[in-house]
Design a protein around this ligand. Structure first.
Ligand SMILES: *Cc1c(COP(=O)(O)O)cnc(C)c1O
Length: 299
């Protein structure tokens, strides 16, 4: 079995339509019920490569709430590959699995819990070599799934119609892989805005490694103080948004991005006549319970 090479048409929904601004949302959350959103695109060429290399398993890294871990476990199972998840935090081995890890486990992922200190070595050649000898025959995917093949996959998020129709593309940023793919698909007519889920400048440096273009910017003003942190404003925004549009969001990525876009629109940040396409990158498996019931996923 293969991951579908050609995706069906992804629905685009209009959120704001005024003379001076148009905001549409591309619903990657509807790509696949479990391998949702950008993770599908990031995994696509990596898993093809794993199969072509005759690997029997994929190994990757993540925190306890990682959408990437859940998506990789599903996709590997679908393709008949084994999966191994190196999970940050050895104390978690002692505790009941949270829903993300439980899902991964049910999909047959072997979970290996390591200390936060060891986890810091996840990019170091020595550590990766050690993992290779511990798990031979594994295809290695970095944390968050970001590498050159992931970026190649993410270029396919934007169709030629999207590129012809919109001026600005927006997405949430975790490792920057998705934004890098959008940047690579774009040309000088376009502007790209990444809404960081984390605090700090380092993501701009990361993305610079993947592109020479300069038509993009990452903002961390809407990250609510850091990764997975929330604020009452964010919760309020998500609940109001979901009620108004009947589109589910989550609090780590897509909620922060849309809160940011709506705020920038209100501030008059965008030139009159700007057409914006925001990418709903999915991740709904990690939606917090405190947001209340999720609107029924429909278009
Ligand atoms: C993983 C994830 C992101 C971040 O993607 P990167 O390519 O790591 O920047 C954004 N949104 C959602 C919902 C995610 O799960």
């Amino acid at each position: 079995m293969q991951i579908q090479a050609q995706l069906p048409q992804i629905p685009v929904q209009t959120l704001i339509q005024r003379n001076e601004i148009q905001l549409d949302l591309k619903r990657l959350d509807l790509v696949h019920p479990q391998i949702s959103g950008n993770k599908f695109y990031k995994l696509k060429y990596n898993l093809q490569q794993a199969q072509q290399q005759g690997k029997t398993a994929v190994l990757t890294f993540g925190g306890a709430y990682s959408n990437h871990i859940a998506a990789t476990a599903y996709a590997a199972q679908m393709l008949g590959l084994e999966s191994i998840g190196i999970i940050r935090g050895e104390e978690l081995a002692q505790r009941p699995l949270n829903p993300t890890l439980q899902t991964a486990h049910e999909m047959g992922m072997q979970l290996e819990f390591i200390s936060r200190q060891t986890y810091q070595q996840r990019h170091e050649p020595d550590f990766l070599q050690q993992l290779h000898s511990q798990f031979p025959d594994c295809y290695l995917i970095p944390e968050g799934g970001t590498n050159a093949l992931a970026i190649q996959g993410c270029q396919e998020i934007l169709t030629s119609e999207d590129l012809n129709h919109y001026d600005v593309f927006c997405c949430a940023v975790g490792t920057g892989g998705t934004l890098s793919g959008l940047i690579q698909a774009s040309d000088s007519r376009h502007q790209l805005l990444g809404f960081s889920a984390l605090k700090g400048e380092f993501l701009t440096q990361e993305v610079k490694q993947f592109t020479d273009k300069s038509n993009w910017k990452i903002l961390d003003d809407y990250c609510c103080g850091g990764y997975a942190k929330i604020s009452p404003e964010l919760i309020q925004f998500i609940q109001t948004f979901e009620q108004q549009y009947q589109i589910p969001l989550e609090q780590v990525y897509t909620g922060k991005m849309l809160m940011g876009i709506f705020d920038l629109i209100q501030q008059g940040f965008f030139q009159s006549g700007t057409r914006i396409l925001a990418i709903h990158t999915g991740g709904l498996q990690g939606r917090a319970q405190e947001l209340g019931d999720m609107p029924k996923i429909s278009v």
